[in-house]
Design a protein. Structure first.
Length: 461
């Protein structure tokens, strides 16, 4: 049974407010399913779901599930969740969120975006380029796409653009007409034994490309090149690069404060054309190049590619300007891995202003595994406020935010540690002036503080 093609099927989403869950709840409701769900906390996305007639409970209780036929859950849902226990006891159809998404993708023309970094941006941009070409794709993305005013797009064609998830291995069940691998980095070592195990999982992702499908990949990334060499034999390949020769390259790169311009060269067609991308950062040039390659592989014209790139305004929490604090610009960003922090800092510093960084580490396992890498990159931050670790449900481990702070402090004497997020605004006031950029970085609750802080009046501190 696939809920995607059954009218009036009653679907319950456990954790409906999650970024991987709420887009599919919207899509199922729009396609005729009877959708309800619950989340541990009330949040803005629940209001949008309710606006589509979706009943949303706050708190997890067994009675919430009464009447449902299909129970959808994510990796974040614990085995003792009362709603999950009810669904198991009453023999409901259980679907992990990835299984539900695979039922959509694997019966469509799937454009599946994978990688350790940049997936949300590339998925969103790819969907926007397809939309500019009037291909009318469905899209499921892990970030709020400003162009669509949603985390999703409900298209009418067979094209489906999806941000996959390697963190729990679930990306291995997707069949791709066009697969994209952006990069492979040491991460999610709570799930994978080591980097080789992660690479093997990407190999399985490659093996699921359809016989007539294509792999678009980043030829500048050594781990991706290794994976392609080992697992992509017999597949049609399209390489992208900024630093090396490839099927798609970007040159004449001009990095502006709030945008980028570059020339795309296609080896197979000999075409060259100029791109204006309305998001900043050198890393986004390579991100855009891979979205462009995927779109061109699908038959999108060059004018539509240019139109899509120029209309792209970014994704929430990806170097997003959200307001001012004491006259300083406040930027909210999801960066929570050393590599992501590095490129975000580079983008901020290119604006030519003083940068103050507030970083909330995410997960004990990640912080411990990448402790030295975090120390080195945070040591380069200059003005830095470091908070305690956001656990994301993990049990406390040997490493803490204060442990990391002490290590960073040995090479960065401008670093300070503030355990309680509520104490940050008063301290931050001492750092900033109108010529300052404040970077809020992390995948946990730090974004909530960023949005609260822009509402604070200077006299209230």
């Amino acid at each position: 049974m696939s809920p995607w093609n059954q009218q009036n099927v009653k679907c319950f989403f456990c954790g409906i407010g999650g970024v991987g869950m709420n887009p599919m709840a919207h899509l199922l409701a729009l396609r005729g399913a009877k959708v309800s769900g619950s989340d541990s906390n009330d949040k803005a996305v629940l209001g949008a779901l309710r606006g589509h007639g979706i009943k949303c409970f706050v708190g997890h209780k067994a009675e919430n599930v009464n009447g449902a036929e299909v129970f959808i859950y994510s990796t974040a849902i614990k085995k003792d969740n009362p709603e999950l226990l009810y669904a198991e006891k009453h023999n409901l159809k259980l679907l992990h969120r990835s299984e539900l998404l695979a039922k959509l993708v694997n019966n469509s023309r799937g454009v599946n975006i994978a990688g350790s970094h940049g997936k949300t941006t590339v998925s969103a941009l790819t969907a926007i380029i397809f939309d500019a070409a009037e291909l009318d794709p469905t899209a499921v993305v892990g970030g709020y796409i400003q162009k669509f005013n949603a985390y999703y797009k409900n298209g009418k064609s067979d094209w489906v653009v999806v941000e996959t998830d390697e963190s729990d291995g679930s990306f291995q069940i997707f069949d791709s007409e066009i697969a994209v691998i952006l990069n492979i980095d040491t991460d999610h070592m709570d799930y994978y034994e080591n980097l080789n195990a992660l690479i093997k999982a990407f190999g399985i992702f490659i093996s699921n490309i359809k016989p007539d499908g294509v792999l678009v990949y980043n030829a500048d990334d050594q781990n991706v090149k290794k994976t392609v060499a080992e697992y992509a034999g017999g597949k049609k390949l399209i390489s992208c690069a900024v630093e090396t020769n490839a099927d798609y390259t970007a040159s004449n790169i001009k990095l502006n404060k709030h945008s980028s311009e570059f020339t795309v060269r296609e080896i197979n067609t000999g075409s060259e054309y100029e791109i204006i991308l309305n998001v900043p950062g050198n890393h986004n040039v390579l991100n855009a190049l891979q979205a462009i390659a995927a779109a061109r592989t699908a038959g999108v014209s060059i004018p539509a590619v240019k139109k899509g790139c120029e209309s792209f305004k970014g994704v929430n929490r990806r170097f997003q300007f959200i307001g001012k604090f004491c006259g300083a610009n406040v930027i909210d960003d999801y960066a929570h891995h050393p590599r992501e922090i590095s490129v975000t800092l580079e983008t901020a510093k290119a604006l030519g202003k003083k940068v103050v960084t507030i970083f909330q580490p995410h997960r004990y396992t990640r912080t411990e595994k990448l402790f030295d890498e975090f120390t080195q990159i945070l040591g380069k931050c200059g003005n830095l406020i470091l908070t305690d670790i956001y656990s994301a449900g993990e049990a406390p481990a040997g490493v803490t935010g204060e442990t990391l702070y002490k290590s960073v402090r040995e090479i960065n004497n401008k670093a300070v540690y503030i355990k309680n997020l509520n104490d940050i605004p008063a301290v931050l006031k001492k750092y900033v002036s109108p010529d300052t950029i404040i970077l809020f970085l992390g995948a946990g609750t730090i974004s909530n503080l960023a949005h609260r802080i822009v509402e604070i009046k200077e006299g209230d501190l």
